[in-house]
Ligand binder design. Structure first.
Ligand code: ZN
Length: 92
């Protein structure tokens, strides 16, 4: 399924319709759940923690939504990312 609101289930970026953002399975087919930065050739490339992912995403969110504080951005991202498949079973 490809739609506008398709997000990478690890980092939460929007995958979009072009297909360019998508990760790849071990057989080189397209993976619809993860982006190419997080998942490639059937392996997860992202090895960090949820906290690290949240921190790395804060500056970008604040570019998109400058009116929110860093603290709010952290809260929003923690909430959003912790619901994604990749993190769902990794929560402490
Ligand atoms: Zn990703």
């Amino acid at each position: 399924m490809v739609s506008d609101d398709n997000y990478c289930q690890c980092c939460g970026i929007m995958l979009g319709k072009s297909g360019k953002m998508y990760g790849t399975n071990a057989d080189s087919s397209k993976n619809n759940e993860y982006c190419g930065y997080c998942y490639r050739n059937g392996e997860f490339l992202y090895k960090g923690t949820l906290q690290q992912m949240v921190e790395s995403r804060i500056p970008r969110l604040r570019v998109l939504e400058p009116e929110i504080s860093e603290e709010e951005a952290r809260k929003i991202l923690t909430d959003r990312l912790s619901k994604l498949d990749f993190w769902a079973d990794k929560k402490a």
